[in-house]
Design a binder for this molecule. Structure first.
Ligand SMILES: [Zn+2]
Length: 99
């Protein structure tokens, strides 16, 4: 009787492992397919159809893929990103000087 219970337990564990492995393989395959279709979509998009962002320095609008992003704001060029950060830095220094 114990042997049968043990055998059933082994079969159960085997089935669970197989199921889990299948799930992992399936999820990985789906992710790969999703990534592949996303890159295809991105390359077929016109600049007009891309999401537009605004330069925090001069206010010009440009496609997100061409913008510079510092983690908070978007900019039309690296120069404007640096200029904006310099201004912020100066403003911060003025504020701390006044206080
Ligand atoms: Zn700009």
């Amino acid at each position: 009787m114990r042997a049968i219970v043990f055998l059933l337990f082994v079969i159960l564990v085997f089935l669970i492992l197989r199921f889990t492995l299948n799930r992992i393989i399936e999820i990985r395959r789906q992710n790969r397919e999703k990534n592949a279709s996303q890159t295809q979509q991105a390359s077929s998009l016109n600049p007009e159809e891309q999401p537009m962002v605004r330069c925090a320095e001069c206010g010009v609008h440009l496609p997100q893929s061409e913008a510079y992003f510092d983690g908070q704001h978007t900019f039309c060029s690296e120069g404007h990103m640096q200029a904006y950060h310099r201004k912020q830095q100066e403003k911060h220094e003025q504020d701390s000087a006044e206080n």
